[in-house]
Design a protein around this ligand. Structure first.
Ligand SMILES: [Zn+2]
Length: 215
């Protein structure tokens, strides 16, 4: 082989090798997945415990319908995971409900209930914080957000945030109990049974949670 041809061949080979043996570019690190915040939503009562039972309506069914709607709406928010204590009509002890939040290290616990009073004239929404929570406890902030957003979403009468002895005293995360309306108030009971109204309630509850979490 003539010398010039050998040199040309060598150069081609070097070029070829320099192109093919280039180190494989390192893939940029995958962008970290967004931090997912977990929140527990509890449908009060269930199974053998109907809660308030008025006018053919069991509170446990209303609570479950609302919790399922909140969880469904929350699927649009990738940074938020709503975990339900129950997604069927089954009985859970209060300890079992709180254990879900503790096991997950949840950022918040929201228990959904329907209200019942001897006076049929008492109507509206209120959000309760356990009396053992000291001032400055984030449960109050959670309660304020949930209460405001539920009232805004529904136009229901605003009974405000109240302190009341609840089973949430042993809850280790910010916790509230939202009374979404009164089954003992005839006009409100009819609204509570409406799927469209339930959607508004669920939207308000979720919005309150999102605001509390800063999402
Ligand atoms: Zn209840």
């Amino acid at each position: 082989m003539p010398k010039a041809a050998t040199v040309a061949l060598m150069m081609t080979l070097v070029l070829f090798l320099s192109l093919t043996l280039r180190p494989t570019p390192v893939a940029p690190p995958a962008s970290p997945s967004p931090k997912v915040v977990r929140v527990v939503v509890d449908a009060g009562h269930g199974g053998k415990d109907p809660g308030a039972s008025i006018g053919g309506v069991d509170e446990k069914d209303l609570n479950l319908a609302l919790a399922l709607r909140v969880a469904a709406l929350a699927r649009s928010y990738p940074n938020l995971e709503v975990v339900l204590t129950r997604d069927t009509d089954r009985y859970l002890t209060l300890e079992e409900r709180l254990a879900v939040a503790h096991r997950l290290g949840a950022a918040a616990y929201i228990s959904i209930h329907g209200n019942s009073f001897p006076q049929a004239t008492r109507c509206g929404v209120e959000t309760l914080v356990d009396t053992t929570r000291s001032p400055g406890d984030p449960s109050y902030s959670l309660a304020e957000h949930v209460q405001r957003e539920v009232v805004l979403a529904t136009g229901a009468q605003d009974l405000g945030v109240r302190r009341q002895p609840l089973y949430l005293s042993s809850c280790k995360v910010p916790a509230v109990l939202v009374e979404v309306g009164h089954l003992s108030c005839p006009a409100e009971r009819i609204r509570l049974l409406s799927p469209a109204y339930q959607d508004r309630l669920a939207t308000g509850i979720l919005q309150g949670i999102l605001e509390f979490l800063g999402l």
